[in-house]
Design a protein around this ligand. Structure first.
Ligand code: LMR
Length: 435
């Protein structure tokens, strides 16, 4: 045998076939040759395309990230002050508990459920620190997949944030849509929504955007929330709230938690996902929370024990910097007052930009209706622009937005609002009025 090998080696060397050998061994060692190219993320992919555009005119209205009136990322004054206080404390970098710091969890549960929450008073809430809103949804959905004993179907509004179904699909959870937004009236479809809730299997889960619905900017009115709560209770459906924009709808964190608190008051065993990316501007800190309201303390203890097992295998325990900032703000009355003012300031700037954008389009004599720009609330405006109009905005005018016509109003500022209005006017001027 050795002499056969020696002969082959000599032959190969004689042919100087070193390149061939390299290619052959690489082909054999391509352990990932079965991996297909995936599509870019529908929202974050827009940001990538924006970064590559060299035009000085470019405007990013894709991702929902707040910008100040100079179109710059904004660090909230309350967050800066909290960071300075934390820095002076010279803290260590030990691990956080699996479910996060207990003080942090108590504070965020109160922020979501309110000071008068019965669940908190009776210690029936299980609250954990999550990796921002997405992490809360992921842990929550995975908990449902593993431990929910009823109809494992998650019903989501049509339309909803693109990551909601993606997370469910990754976990193999059946996810369906209920009627939410009426494209004819550009408003909430209460009748369709109620009809769909009535046909959901009892015990299924309904995903609700607590405020500032993403992508439509259309929320149910208080009396409509009341109706929804009653039907959902009657049908024994589990409400799962995603509250990623607390404060961004009305400028008040208490007003924006109306639906969550109403449902809890009505005795629903709600699940609540929270994020501090938007309302504290802590995007990259990845800080949020997940609360499961349980029927009693015994159940809460069991849920908490399983939550620990789930998190330990996912990411062991959460990071500590973001939650320290949130804790500092929510536990210090002066800082909290400053933060509430910061949130109001951001919400007000968005409201002003909505007004200016609408005026800018209307003053050009555009024949379409644009009242929905100011009627909708929160960070996003669901413009009603068609995919070909969106494409023209991007290709011709360097304005980036998602294909569904959603714009992040937070990306509009005094220096670009007129340009955006002019371009929207241009791409819609010849279109037929909406039916
Ligand atoms: C958005 O909808 O733009 C934000 O929630 C950011 C994200 O992660 O998609």
């Amino acid at each position: 045998m050795p002499h056969v090998l020696a002969k082959i080696s000599l032959q190969l060397l004689a042919k100087s076939n070193v390149d061939f050998l390299n290619i052959a061994s690489r082909a054999q060692s391509n352990m990932w040759s079965n991996v297909p190219m995936g599509p870019p993320d529908v929202i974050l992919g827009v940001a990538e395309a924006f970064r590559k555009d060299k035009s000085p005119k470019k405007v990013n209205l894709g991702v929902g990230a707040y910008r100040d009136d100079n179109n710059k990322p904004y660090v909230l004054p309350s967050v800066r002050q909290a960071e300075e206080i934390i820095f002076k404390k010279c803290l260590n970098h030990e691990y956080a508990p699996i479910v996060g710091d207990a003080t942090y969890c108590d504070l965020i549960a109160k922020l979501g459920l309110g000071d008068n929450s019965l669940a908190i008073k009776e210690k029936r809430n299980v609250t954990i620190q999550s990796i921002s809103g997405t992490g809360a949804l992921r842990v929550g959905f995975e908990f449902i997949a593993k431990h929910y004993g009823h109809a494992k179907e998650i019903w989501m509004p049509a339309p909803t944030w693109g990551n909601h179904p993606q997370i469910c699909n990754t976990l193999g959870i059946v996810n369906k849509r209920y009627r939410y937004y009426d494209p004819r009236t550009l408003s909430f479809n209460l009748k369709g929504c109620c009809e769909d809730i009535c046909s959901m299997p009892p015990g299924s889960i309904i995903l609700l955007h607590a405020c500032a619905h993403n992508p439509t900017g259309v929320d149910p009115k208080p009396e409509e929330w009341q109706t929804l709560s009653e039907i959902i209770k009657e049908k024994r459906i589990l409400p799962f709230f995603d509250m990623a924009y607390q404060g961004f709808a009305t400028g008040s964190v208490d007003n924006d938690a109306f639906a969550v608190r109403l449902f809890e008051k009505h005795g629903h065993q709600i699940i609540l996902a929270q994020s501090f990316a938007k309302n504290m501007g802590l995007y990259g800190e990845r800080v949020g929370g997940l609360t499961i309201v349980c029927a009693d303390t015994d159940t809460a203890a069991k849920v908490m024990s399983q939550m620990k097992i789930l998190i330990r295998t996912l990411y062991s325990n959460p990071s500590i910097n973001g939650s320290r900032i949130v804790t500092e703000i929510l536990s210090n009355p002066d800082l909290k007052a400053q933060w509430l003012a910061d949130v109001k300031e951001m919400a007000d700037r968005i409201i002003l930009m909505r007004k200016k954008l609408r005026e800018g389009i209307e003053k050009r004599g555009n024949k379409h209706k644009w009242n929905h720009i100011t009627d909708q609330i929160g960070m996003f405006c669901y413009t009603g622009l068609k995919p070909e109009q969106v494409e023209r905005l991007t290709k011709e005018f360097h304005i980036y937005l998602t294909k569904d016509g959603r714009i992040s109003v937070a990306g509009i500022c005094s220096s670009n609002v007129d340009y955006v209005a002019e371009c929207i006017h241009k791409v819609t001027a010849d279109a037929k009025p909406r039916a």
